[in-house]
Design a protein around this ligand. Structure first.
Ligand code: MN
Ligand code: MN
Length: 470
Protein backbone atom coordinates (compact mmCIF):
# COMPACT_ATOMS: atom_id res chain seq x y z
CA UNK A 1 0.00 0.00 0.00
CA UNK A 2 1.34 3.46 -0.91
CA UNK A 3 2.42 5.51 2.03
CA UNK A 4 -0.01 8.30 2.84
CA UNK A 5 1.27 11.79 2.16
CA UNK A 6 1.97 13.91 5.23
CA UNK A 7 -0.15 16.96 5.96
CA UNK A 8 2.81 19.18 5.11
CA UNK A 9 3.37 17.45 1.77
CA UNK A 10 -0.29 17.88 0.89
CA UNK A 11 -0.25 21.55 1.84
CA UNK A 12 2.89 22.09 -0.22
CA UNK A 13 1.27 20.43 -3.20
CA UNK A 14 -1.78 22.63 -2.83
CA UNK A 15 -0.30 26.08 -2.41
CA UNK A 16 3.36 26.07 -3.45
CA UNK A 17 4.85 26.27 -6.95
CA UNK A 18 6.62 23.09 -8.00
CA UNK A 19 9.91 22.82 -9.86
CA UNK A 20 9.19 23.28 -13.57
CA UNK A 21 9.34 19.90 -15.31
CA UNK A 22 10.37 21.52 -18.57
CA UNK A 23 10.88 19.22 -21.51
CA UNK A 24 10.42 16.18 -19.21
CA UNK A 25 6.71 17.03 -19.13
CA UNK A 26 6.44 16.43 -22.88
CA UNK A 27 5.55 13.16 -24.56
CA UNK A 28 7.74 11.67 -27.30
CA UNK A 29 5.05 12.64 -29.83
CA UNK A 30 5.07 16.24 -28.67
CA UNK A 31 8.86 16.42 -28.96
CA UNK A 32 8.66 14.92 -32.45
CA UNK A 33 6.11 17.62 -33.38
CA UNK A 34 8.52 20.26 -32.11
CA UNK A 35 11.40 18.83 -34.16
CA UNK A 36 9.19 18.72 -37.28
CA UNK A 37 8.00 22.29 -36.72
CA UNK A 38 11.60 23.46 -36.53
CA UNK A 39 12.44 22.08 -39.98
CA UNK A 40 10.20 24.82 -41.39
CA UNK A 41 11.62 27.32 -38.94
CA UNK A 42 15.18 26.68 -40.06
CA UNK A 43 14.16 27.22 -43.69
CA UNK A 44 12.52 30.51 -42.76
CA UNK A 45 15.56 31.61 -40.74
CA UNK A 46 18.00 30.77 -43.54
CA UNK A 47 15.90 32.63 -46.11
CA UNK A 48 15.07 35.69 -44.01
CA UNK A 49 18.24 37.19 -42.52
CA UNK A 50 17.17 40.79 -43.21
CA UNK A 51 13.74 42.40 -43.02
CA UNK A 52 13.14 42.73 -46.77
CA UNK A 53 13.95 39.05 -47.28
CA UNK A 54 11.76 38.09 -44.31
CA UNK A 55 8.84 40.02 -45.84
CA UNK A 56 9.35 38.35 -49.22
CA UNK A 57 9.50 34.85 -47.71
CA UNK A 58 6.52 35.50 -45.43
CA UNK A 59 4.37 36.75 -48.32
CA UNK A 60 5.31 33.65 -50.36
CA UNK A 61 4.19 31.44 -47.47
CA UNK A 62 1.02 33.46 -46.96
CA UNK A 63 0.05 33.34 -50.65
CA UNK A 64 0.44 29.56 -50.62
CA UNK A 65 -1.91 29.48 -47.62
CA UNK A 66 -4.57 31.46 -49.49
CA UNK A 67 -3.81 35.01 -48.31
CA UNK A 68 -4.39 37.81 -50.82
CA UNK A 69 -3.01 41.34 -50.88
CA UNK A 70 -5.05 43.76 -48.78
CA UNK A 71 -7.10 46.31 -50.71
CA UNK A 72 -8.63 49.05 -48.56
CA UNK A 73 -11.46 49.48 -51.08
CA UNK A 74 -12.54 45.83 -50.83
CA UNK A 75 -15.15 44.35 -48.49
CA UNK A 76 -13.95 41.55 -46.28
CA UNK A 77 -15.97 38.84 -44.58
CA UNK A 78 -15.24 36.37 -41.79
CA UNK A 79 -12.52 33.89 -42.70
CA UNK A 80 -10.88 36.11 -45.35
CA UNK A 81 -7.09 36.17 -45.20
CA UNK A 82 -5.05 39.18 -46.25
CA UNK A 83 -1.47 40.40 -46.19
CA UNK A 84 -0.55 44.06 -46.08
CA UNK A 85 3.02 45.14 -46.83
CA UNK A 86 4.64 48.26 -45.41
CA UNK A 87 7.42 49.52 -47.72
CA UNK A 88 8.75 45.99 -48.27
CA UNK A 89 10.16 45.96 -44.73
CA UNK A 90 7.20 45.12 -42.51
CA UNK A 91 4.07 43.08 -43.15
CA UNK A 92 0.75 42.29 -41.50
CA UNK A 93 -1.09 39.00 -41.95
CA UNK A 94 -4.75 39.23 -40.97
CA UNK A 95 -7.48 36.61 -40.69
CA UNK A 96 -10.85 38.32 -40.49
CA UNK A 97 -12.85 37.14 -37.48
CA UNK A 98 -16.58 36.34 -37.23
CA UNK A 99 -16.92 39.49 -35.20
CA UNK A 100 -14.36 41.49 -37.19
CA UNK A 101 -12.67 44.00 -34.90
CA UNK A 102 -15.91 45.05 -33.14
CA UNK A 103 -14.63 43.51 -29.91
CA UNK A 104 -11.04 44.29 -30.74
CA UNK A 105 -8.40 42.32 -32.59
CA UNK A 106 -5.92 39.71 -31.40
CA UNK A 107 -2.40 40.88 -32.23
CA UNK A 108 0.90 38.98 -32.29
CA UNK A 109 3.76 41.31 -33.14
CA UNK A 110 7.35 40.24 -33.75
CA UNK A 111 10.26 42.06 -35.36
CA UNK A 112 12.21 40.86 -38.39
CA UNK A 113 15.31 43.06 -38.17
CA UNK A 114 18.36 41.66 -36.37
CA UNK A 115 21.69 43.16 -35.24
CA UNK A 116 24.15 43.44 -38.13
CA UNK A 117 26.71 45.72 -39.79
CA UNK A 118 25.33 48.33 -42.22
CA UNK A 119 27.34 50.10 -44.93
CA UNK A 120 27.80 53.87 -44.62
CA UNK A 121 26.24 56.00 -47.39
CA UNK A 122 29.71 56.58 -48.88
CA UNK A 123 31.40 53.29 -48.00
CA UNK A 124 34.09 52.55 -50.59
CA UNK A 125 37.76 53.42 -49.98
CA UNK A 126 41.24 52.19 -50.65
CA UNK A 127 44.16 52.05 -48.21
CA UNK A 128 47.60 50.55 -48.87
CA UNK A 129 46.36 48.83 -52.01
CA UNK A 130 43.44 47.15 -50.22
CA UNK A 131 39.80 48.08 -50.81
CA UNK A 132 37.35 48.40 -47.93
CA UNK A 133 33.79 49.38 -47.02
CA UNK A 134 33.20 51.77 -44.12
CA UNK A 135 30.35 50.60 -41.90
CA UNK A 136 28.01 51.69 -39.14
CA UNK A 137 26.83 48.82 -36.95
CA UNK A 138 23.07 48.30 -36.50
CA UNK A 139 21.67 47.42 -33.08
CA UNK A 140 23.32 46.34 -29.84
CA UNK A 141 26.27 44.15 -30.62
CA UNK A 142 29.60 43.14 -29.10
CA UNK A 143 31.86 44.43 -31.87
CA UNK A 144 34.64 41.90 -31.33
CA UNK A 145 32.23 39.10 -32.28
CA UNK A 146 31.94 40.46 -35.81
CA UNK A 147 35.62 40.47 -36.78
CA UNK A 148 37.25 37.56 -38.64
CA UNK A 149 33.89 36.11 -39.66
CA UNK A 150 32.84 35.27 -43.23
CA UNK A 151 30.24 37.93 -44.10
CA UNK A 152 27.79 38.31 -46.96
CA UNK A 153 26.25 41.49 -48.33
CA UNK A 154 22.44 41.76 -48.45
CA UNK A 155 20.10 44.61 -49.33
CA UNK A 156 18.86 46.86 -52.09
CA UNK A 157 20.25 49.70 -54.21
CA UNK A 158 18.17 52.26 -56.09
CA UNK A 159 19.96 53.61 -59.14
CA UNK A 160 19.74 57.14 -60.51
CA UNK A 161 17.17 56.00 -63.11
CA UNK A 162 14.88 54.86 -60.27
CA UNK A 163 15.26 51.14 -60.79
CA UNK A 164 16.03 48.96 -57.80
CA UNK A 165 18.50 46.10 -57.70
CA UNK A 166 18.54 43.56 -54.86
CA UNK A 167 21.93 42.42 -53.65
CA UNK A 168 22.88 39.05 -52.23
CA UNK A 169 26.61 38.38 -52.36
CA UNK A 170 28.53 35.80 -50.39
CA UNK A 171 26.11 33.16 -49.12
CA UNK A 172 26.99 30.54 -51.72
CA UNK A 173 30.24 28.79 -50.76
CA UNK A 174 31.34 28.89 -54.41
CA UNK A 175 31.06 32.65 -54.31
CA UNK A 176 33.51 34.96 -52.51
CA UNK A 177 32.59 36.52 -49.17
CA UNK A 178 33.78 39.55 -47.21
CA UNK A 179 35.52 39.96 -43.85
CA UNK A 180 36.40 42.41 -41.08
CA UNK A 181 40.02 41.97 -39.98
CA UNK A 182 41.42 41.93 -36.43
CA UNK A 183 44.89 42.48 -35.01
CA UNK A 184 47.09 39.41 -34.48
CA UNK A 185 47.64 38.48 -30.79
CA UNK A 186 51.39 38.95 -31.20
CA UNK A 187 50.88 42.68 -31.70
CA UNK A 188 47.76 43.10 -29.57
CA UNK A 189 49.37 43.69 -26.18
CA UNK A 190 47.78 47.12 -25.92
CA UNK A 191 44.47 46.05 -27.51
CA UNK A 192 43.86 43.11 -25.17
CA UNK A 193 44.33 45.33 -22.12
CA UNK A 194 41.34 47.44 -23.23
CA UNK A 195 37.87 46.75 -21.84
CA UNK A 196 35.80 44.64 -24.29
CA UNK A 197 33.64 47.62 -25.26
CA UNK A 198 36.72 49.61 -26.34
CA UNK A 199 39.06 47.01 -27.83
CA UNK A 200 37.31 47.16 -31.22
CA UNK A 201 35.88 50.57 -32.06
CA UNK A 202 32.95 51.34 -34.35
CA UNK A 203 35.29 52.92 -36.89
CA UNK A 204 37.47 49.79 -36.85
CA UNK A 205 34.69 47.66 -38.37
CA UNK A 206 36.04 48.09 -41.90
CA UNK A 207 35.28 45.32 -44.34
CA UNK A 208 37.95 43.96 -46.65
CA UNK A 209 36.50 43.69 -50.17
CA UNK A 210 39.40 43.47 -52.62
CA UNK A 211 43.17 43.58 -53.21
CA UNK A 212 43.87 43.45 -56.96
CA UNK A 213 44.18 46.59 -59.11
CA UNK A 214 42.16 47.23 -62.24
CA UNK A 215 44.20 46.09 -65.21
CA UNK A 216 45.42 49.24 -66.99
CA UNK A 217 48.50 50.86 -68.46
CA UNK A 218 47.42 54.25 -67.12
CA UNK A 219 49.06 55.70 -64.04
CA UNK A 220 45.76 56.32 -62.25
CA UNK A 221 45.36 56.09 -58.46
CA UNK A 222 42.92 53.95 -56.41
CA UNK A 223 42.96 51.10 -58.90
CA UNK A 224 41.95 48.43 -56.36
CA UNK A 225 38.87 50.44 -55.52
CA UNK A 226 38.19 50.92 -59.24
CA UNK A 227 38.50 47.17 -59.81
CA UNK A 228 35.95 46.40 -57.07
CA UNK A 229 33.56 49.00 -58.48
CA UNK A 230 33.92 47.63 -62.00
CA UNK A 231 32.98 44.15 -60.74
CA UNK A 232 29.90 45.55 -58.96
CA UNK A 233 29.05 47.60 -62.05
CA UNK A 234 29.17 44.51 -64.21
CA UNK A 235 27.07 42.43 -61.80
CA UNK A 236 24.50 44.99 -60.64
CA UNK A 237 24.85 47.89 -63.11
CA UNK A 238 25.65 50.28 -60.25
CA UNK A 239 28.03 53.24 -59.94
CA UNK A 240 29.78 54.43 -56.76
CA UNK A 241 27.20 57.20 -56.24
CA UNK A 242 24.42 54.62 -56.03
CA UNK A 243 25.56 53.60 -52.53
CA UNK A 244 23.94 56.84 -51.39
CA UNK A 245 20.51 55.45 -52.23
CA UNK A 246 20.93 51.97 -50.83
CA UNK A 247 20.29 49.80 -47.81
CA UNK A 248 23.15 47.34 -47.58
CA UNK A 249 24.16 45.21 -44.66
CA UNK A 250 26.65 42.56 -43.73
CA UNK A 251 25.53 39.40 -42.02
CA UNK A 252 27.26 36.06 -41.33
CA UNK A 253 27.40 33.75 -44.36
CA UNK A 254 26.64 30.58 -42.42
CA UNK A 255 23.29 28.78 -42.34
CA UNK A 256 21.52 27.52 -39.23
CA UNK A 257 22.64 24.21 -37.66
CA UNK A 258 21.24 21.76 -35.15
CA UNK A 259 23.15 22.04 -31.88
CA UNK A 260 24.12 19.31 -29.41
CA UNK A 261 24.70 15.58 -29.84
CA UNK A 262 20.96 15.24 -29.16
CA UNK A 263 20.09 17.86 -31.82
CA UNK A 264 17.78 19.51 -29.31
CA UNK A 265 18.75 23.09 -30.16
CA UNK A 266 19.29 25.31 -33.19
CA UNK A 267 22.18 27.69 -33.72
CA UNK A 268 21.83 30.45 -36.26
CA UNK A 269 21.98 34.12 -37.14
CA UNK A 270 18.94 36.25 -36.33
CA UNK A 271 16.88 34.09 -33.92
CA UNK A 272 16.11 37.47 -32.32
CA UNK A 273 13.44 37.84 -33.47
CA UNK A 274 12.70 35.41 -36.31
CA UNK A 275 12.28 32.72 -33.68
CA UNK A 276 9.10 34.51 -32.58
CA UNK A 277 8.17 35.79 -36.06
CA UNK A 278 7.93 32.30 -37.56
CA UNK A 279 5.65 30.81 -34.86
CA UNK A 280 3.45 33.94 -35.10
CA UNK A 281 3.30 33.60 -38.90
CA UNK A 282 2.38 29.91 -38.63
CA UNK A 283 -0.36 30.68 -36.09
CA UNK A 284 -1.88 33.18 -38.58
CA UNK A 285 -1.56 30.69 -41.43
CA UNK A 286 -3.17 27.86 -39.43
CA UNK A 287 -6.03 29.65 -37.65
CA UNK A 288 -9.45 29.09 -39.25
CA UNK A 289 -12.55 31.21 -38.62
CA UNK A 290 -11.49 32.96 -35.40
CA UNK A 291 -13.99 34.93 -33.32
CA UNK A 292 -11.95 38.11 -33.43
CA UNK A 293 -9.77 39.27 -36.31
CA UNK A 294 -6.26 37.91 -35.76
CA UNK A 295 -3.27 39.89 -36.94
CA UNK A 296 0.37 38.83 -37.01
CA UNK A 297 2.46 41.92 -37.63
CA UNK A 298 6.14 41.70 -38.46
CA UNK A 299 7.83 44.99 -37.80
CA UNK A 300 11.22 46.51 -38.59
CA UNK A 301 13.71 48.71 -36.67
CA UNK A 302 13.11 47.15 -33.23
CA UNK A 303 16.83 46.72 -32.72
CA UNK A 304 17.39 50.47 -33.03
CA UNK A 305 14.41 51.74 -31.04
CA UNK A 306 11.41 51.07 -33.32
CA UNK A 307 11.67 54.55 -34.89
CA UNK A 308 10.82 55.36 -38.49
CA UNK A 309 7.85 54.53 -40.69
CA UNK A 310 8.57 50.79 -40.75
CA UNK A 311 9.17 50.57 -36.99
CA UNK A 312 6.54 49.94 -34.33
CA UNK A 313 6.32 53.64 -33.50
CA UNK A 314 4.86 54.31 -36.94
CA UNK A 315 1.09 54.48 -37.45
CA UNK A 316 1.02 51.75 -40.11
CA UNK A 317 -0.66 49.10 -37.95
CA UNK A 318 -2.91 51.65 -36.27
CA UNK A 319 -4.17 52.87 -39.68
CA UNK A 320 -4.71 49.27 -40.82
CA UNK A 321 -6.89 48.60 -37.78
CA UNK A 322 -8.73 51.89 -38.39
CA UNK A 323 -9.51 50.67 -41.91
CA UNK A 324 -10.82 47.35 -40.60
CA UNK A 325 -12.89 49.14 -37.95
CA UNK A 326 -14.44 51.46 -40.53
CA UNK A 327 -15.68 48.45 -42.43
CA UNK A 328 -17.23 47.09 -39.23
CA UNK A 329 -18.93 50.45 -38.64
CA UNK A 330 -17.01 51.39 -35.50
CA UNK A 331 -14.36 53.99 -34.69
CA UNK A 332 -10.76 52.81 -35.02
CA UNK A 333 -9.84 53.85 -31.50
CA UNK A 334 -12.65 51.71 -30.12
CA UNK A 335 -11.33 48.66 -31.96
CA UNK A 336 -7.83 49.33 -30.62
CA UNK A 337 -9.05 49.90 -27.06
CA UNK A 338 -10.57 46.43 -27.00
CA UNK A 339 -7.59 44.74 -28.67
CA UNK A 340 -5.04 42.55 -26.93
CA UNK A 341 -1.50 41.76 -27.98
CA UNK A 342 1.31 39.30 -27.46
CA UNK A 343 4.52 41.19 -28.10
CA UNK A 344 6.44 38.27 -29.55
CA UNK A 345 10.04 38.78 -28.58
CA UNK A 346 12.89 36.80 -27.13
CA UNK A 347 14.32 36.89 -23.62
CA UNK A 348 17.78 35.93 -22.32
CA UNK A 349 18.04 32.23 -21.44
CA UNK A 350 19.94 31.51 -18.22
CA UNK A 351 23.54 30.64 -19.03
CA UNK A 352 25.28 28.67 -16.23
CA UNK A 353 28.67 29.92 -17.45
CA UNK A 354 27.59 33.51 -16.76
CA UNK A 355 25.24 32.73 -13.87
CA UNK A 356 26.17 35.88 -11.94
CA UNK A 357 24.46 38.09 -14.57
CA UNK A 358 21.09 36.46 -13.86
CA UNK A 359 18.72 36.14 -10.93
CA UNK A 360 17.96 32.45 -10.96
CA UNK A 361 14.36 32.62 -9.64
CA UNK A 362 13.28 35.08 -12.32
CA UNK A 363 15.20 33.89 -15.35
CA UNK A 364 14.03 31.86 -18.31
CA UNK A 365 15.65 28.53 -19.10
CA UNK A 366 16.25 26.58 -22.31
CA UNK A 367 13.60 23.82 -22.66
CA UNK A 368 11.21 25.25 -20.03
CA UNK A 369 8.91 26.58 -22.71
CA UNK A 370 7.74 29.93 -23.87
CA UNK A 371 8.78 32.84 -21.64
CA UNK A 372 6.48 35.62 -20.46
CA UNK A 373 8.27 38.86 -19.64
CA UNK A 374 5.90 40.90 -17.50
CA UNK A 375 8.08 43.93 -18.19
CA UNK A 376 11.43 44.62 -19.80
CA UNK A 377 13.25 47.98 -19.54
CA UNK A 378 16.07 48.74 -17.12
CA UNK A 379 16.94 50.00 -13.60
CA UNK A 380 13.77 50.91 -11.69
CA UNK A 381 11.46 49.64 -14.45
CA UNK A 382 12.25 52.51 -16.81
CA UNK A 383 11.30 52.38 -20.50
CA UNK A 384 8.82 49.56 -20.45
CA UNK A 385 5.17 48.62 -20.44
CA UNK A 386 4.31 46.39 -17.51
CA UNK A 387 1.46 43.97 -18.14
CA UNK A 388 -1.42 44.30 -15.68
CA UNK A 389 -2.26 41.60 -13.14
CA UNK A 390 -5.51 41.05 -15.05
CA UNK A 391 -3.87 40.54 -18.45
CA UNK A 392 -1.13 38.33 -16.95
CA UNK A 393 -3.98 36.35 -15.39
CA UNK A 394 -5.71 35.91 -18.76
CA UNK A 395 -2.56 34.76 -20.50
CA UNK A 396 -1.58 32.42 -17.65
CA UNK A 397 -5.02 30.84 -17.77
CA UNK A 398 -4.82 30.42 -21.54
CA UNK A 399 -1.41 28.71 -21.34
CA UNK A 400 -2.47 26.39 -18.51
CA UNK A 401 -5.75 25.48 -20.20
CA UNK A 402 -3.90 24.48 -23.36
CA UNK A 403 -1.05 22.57 -21.63
CA UNK A 404 1.57 24.88 -23.06
CA UNK A 405 4.99 24.79 -21.37
CA UNK A 406 5.70 28.26 -20.10
CA UNK A 407 7.84 30.19 -17.66
CA UNK A 408 8.38 33.70 -16.43
CA UNK A 409 11.59 35.59 -17.10
CA UNK A 410 13.15 38.92 -16.30
CA UNK A 411 16.05 40.18 -18.41
CA UNK A 412 18.97 39.61 -16.01
CA UNK A 413 19.61 41.03 -12.55
CA UNK A 414 18.16 44.32 -11.34
CA UNK A 415 20.52 47.12 -12.45
CA UNK A 416 22.53 44.60 -14.48
CA UNK A 417 21.62 46.23 -17.78
CA UNK A 418 18.35 45.71 -19.60
CA UNK A 419 16.56 45.96 -22.90
CA UNK A 420 13.30 46.93 -24.49
CA UNK A 421 10.73 45.52 -26.87
CA UNK A 422 7.87 46.92 -28.93
CA UNK A 423 5.38 46.31 -26.09
CA UNK A 424 5.44 49.89 -24.83
CA UNK A 425 4.51 51.28 -28.26
CA UNK A 426 1.62 48.84 -28.51
CA UNK A 427 0.48 49.81 -25.01
CA UNK A 428 0.46 53.47 -26.11
CA UNK A 429 -2.39 52.58 -28.50
CA UNK A 430 -4.45 51.62 -25.43
CA UNK A 431 -3.96 47.91 -26.07
CA UNK A 432 -3.33 45.31 -23.35
CA UNK A 433 0.02 43.73 -24.13
CA UNK A 434 2.61 41.39 -22.67
CA UNK A 435 5.90 40.01 -24.00
CA UNK A 436 5.87 36.34 -24.82
CA UNK A 437 8.64 34.59 -26.72
CA UNK A 438 11.51 32.17 -26.85
CA UNK A 439 14.56 32.12 -24.51
CA UNK A 440 17.84 32.63 -26.41
CA UNK A 441 21.46 31.85 -25.48
CA UNK A 442 24.19 34.21 -26.78
CA UNK A 443 21.55 36.76 -27.80
CA UNK A 444 22.70 39.33 -30.40
CA UNK A 445 25.79 37.26 -31.25
CA UNK A 446 26.30 36.30 -34.92
CA UNK A 447 25.32 32.75 -33.89
CA UNK A 448 22.49 32.56 -31.32
CA UNK A 449 21.00 29.40 -29.79
CA UNK A 450 17.40 28.36 -29.04
CA UNK A 451 15.66 25.11 -28.03
CA UNK A 452 13.40 23.36 -30.52
CA UNK A 453 10.67 22.62 -27.97
CA UNK A 454 10.60 26.28 -26.91
CA UNK A 455 10.10 27.35 -30.54
CA UNK A 456 7.18 24.94 -30.86
CA UNK A 457 5.65 26.13 -27.58
CA UNK A 458 5.74 29.69 -28.96
CA UNK A 459 3.71 28.50 -31.94
CA UNK A 460 1.21 26.77 -29.66
CA UNK A 461 0.91 29.89 -27.51
CA UNK A 462 0.22 32.22 -30.47
CA UNK A 463 -2.24 29.75 -31.92
CA UNK A 464 -4.09 29.42 -28.60
CA UNK A 465 -4.15 33.22 -28.30
CA UNK A 466 -5.78 33.55 -31.73
CA UNK A 467 -8.17 30.70 -30.90
CA UNK A 468 -8.91 31.71 -27.30
CA UNK A 469 -12.52 32.51 -26.43
CA UNK A 470 -12.57 35.29 -23.90
MN1 MN B 1 14.08 41.21 -30.08
MN1 MN C 1 17.28 42.24 -29.96
Amino acid sequence: MAEEKSKTALLKEKIMMTEPKGVKALSKEEIKKADDFCVGYRKFLDNSPIEREAVRYTVEMAKKAGFVEYDNEAEYKAGDKVYYINRDKAVALAVIGKNGVKDGARLAIAHIDSPRIDLKPNPLYEANNLAFFKTHYYGGLKKYQWTTLPLSLHGSIVKLDGTRVDVNWGDDENESCLCITDLLPHLAQEQVKQPLAKAIKGEDLNVLIGSRPYDTEDKESDLVKLNVMSILNEKYGICEGDFLSAELCLIPTFKSRDIGFDRSMIGGYGHDDKVCAYPAIMAALDIENPEKTCITYLTDKEEIGSDGNTGMQSDFLRFFIYDLAKQDGIEGYRALSKSTCLSADVNAAFDPTYASAYEANNSSYINNGVVISKYTGHGGKYDTSEASAEFMGDIRRMLEKNDILWQVGELGKVDGGGGGTIAKYVANMNVDVVDLGVPVLSMHAPFEIVSKTDVYMAYRAFYAFFDFNS
